[in-house]
Design a protein around this ligand. Structure first.
Ligand SMILES: Nc1ncnc2c1ncn2[C@@H]1O[C@H](COP(=O)(O)OP(=O)(O)OP(=O)(O)O)[C@@H](O)[C@H]1O
Length: 423
């Protein structure tokens, strides 16, 4: 969709703002450009809408060399959101948003109706905010109007230059989440400039990590965090990149343990026998509909069976009498960070993982750690996570064993009885 081919921008004073950039942004993809101040992010972006002209190389939009296109027409295909927003102070929020459709020839009434829809889309009730002026809004609300205005002409491409840079961290996270929600339905092709690696990781399908005028690494957030391509990229993403990876690594089926599952209304003695046969210390308890109820320890069940050897009372005879409620669960595919946070919030040693209402298995802290380690190696070697077997012998990672597995160094194995290898 957007393709940079050997693009360089030098200024007369000898500054080279960007040097020989080549990369591509696919249709519907959100690419974050991240790097320290002055590394050339804004220059890269402004060359796409021709606010800056490259000194060498070319930029293609949908296969067309943009230097051959009329800049005004080009900009109609490109929404632009900047930190200072640039709203017209003397126009209402509704009129600010309606400006571009109106300029593009839509009748005023239609343009305003479309503007109201867009304000709604970005979370501003047009009946409350439409008639206000920009100085009657909070910083976060102004940013939302900026996004609504950029979307007004329904451009396929959005350029966003630190759009959430000027608001406090809480509002910022809120705006990021809302923007992700919007993007999941709108699927615009987006170039998003930020100097904040957390923001880059959270929003980007892929991240371009900039050094001085050059891209040091261009890859998915998980790969950038798991396997920084250069020492510079490693320093930029930070020493806590392992923790950051929790946010971009999903819970997969192969990560789960499978303790026995019993139902609330199962006879206690039958459940106890089941646990004994499996050598399990506890079981997950589901209700009659298959939804998570909690768990039951083996001792409670065997105690129950022993207390009522001859004729157990109906209540004590079922798992229900001994089960302990535990409501910690996450959906399959949730980020490991959400899983860890849920574990901590419920003070739980495991959490259930579900597909809709269906119980799939449980995630333990040890399994979570294993998942994180495996995913790092999998991304570095570009193989599925299930093909990674963790090694107990410290040593350098080597590319694949005869069984097709990639071994990674380390000293931790999965807990006994929980095979490390799901392939
Ligand atoms: N008109 C100009 N003349 C000379 N140098 C310039 C000019 N405009 C920008 N530069 C330089 O080009 C380099 C890249 O600037 P750019 O604005 O792209 O950086 P950036 O990564 O967006 O920085 P920031 O995060 O601070 O906005 C900087 O060193 C800047 O000083």
């Amino acid at each position: 969709m957007i393709r940079f081919e050997h693009v360089t921008k030098s200024y007369a004073d000898g500054t080279t703002a960007v040097d020989d950039l080549t990369f591509e942004v696919a249709e519907g993809e959100l690419v974050t450009l991240v790097g320290p101040s002055g590394c050339g992010k804004t220059t890269t972006m402004k060359m796409v809408n021709r606010l800056i002209e490259p000194t060498a190389g070319r930029i293609l939009l949908d296969g067309e060399d943009i230097s051959t296109l009329d800049p005004v027409r080009l900009r109609r295909r490109i929404g632009y959101v900047i930190q200072q927003v640039g709203l017209f102070p003397h126009k209402t929020v509704l009129d600010n948003t309606a400006t571009v459709p109106h300029l593009l020839g839509r009748p005023r009434k239609q343009a305003r109706a479309r503007a109201a829809e867009l304000l709604d889309l970005v979370g501003l009730d047009p009946s409350t905010y439409g008639d206000r002026y920009p100085d009657q809004l909070s910083g976060g609300q102004r940013q939302r109007v900026g996004v609504a205005r950029a979307l007004a002409a329904d451009p396929p491409v959005l350029l966003m230059d630190e759009p959430f840079g000027a608001v406090d961290p809480v509002v910022r996270e809120h705006l990021q989440n809302e923007f992700l929600r919007l993007q999941s339905t709108l699927r615009k092709t987006v170039l998003f400039v930020t100097h904040d690696i957390e923001e880059a990781v959270r929003l980007g399908d892929r991240i371009a990590v900039y050094g001085a005028g050059r891209i040091e690494q261009f890859d998915t957030p998980a790969a950038v965090l798991g396997a920084p391509a250069t020492p510079y990229a490693a320093a930029f993403v930070g020493a806590d990149r392992g923790l950051k990876r929790l946010s971009v690594t999903p819970v997969e089926r192969g990560d789960l343990e499978q303790p026995p599952v019993v139902r609330l209304d199962d006879p206690a003695a039958q459940a106890a026998a089941r646990l004994a046969a499996d050598g399990a210390a506890w079981a997950v308890v589901l209700d009659a509909d298959g939804a998570l109820y909690g768990w039951v320890p083996a001792e409670a069940l065997t105690g129950a069976a022993a207390t009522h050897p001859a004729e157990p009372s109906p209540q004590a005879a079922t798992v229900r009498a001994h089960a302990r409620p535990m409501d910690a669960h996450v959906p399959l595919g949730a980020p490991l960070r959400q899983a860890l946070s849920t574990m901590l919030q419920h003070d739980a040693g495991w959490i259930a993982v579900q597909d809709g209402d269906r119980h799939l298995g449980v995630l333990t802290p040890a399994r979570l750690h294993t998942a994180l380690r495996r995913s790092t190696t999998a991304d570095a070697a570009n193989v599925p996570r299930t093909q990674v077997a963790l090694d107990t012998v410290p040593g350098p990672a080597v590319p694949a064993t005869a069984d097709g597995h990639v071994r990674t160094p380390g000293t931790v194995t999965a807990p006994a009885g929980t095979p490390d290898d799901d392939a």
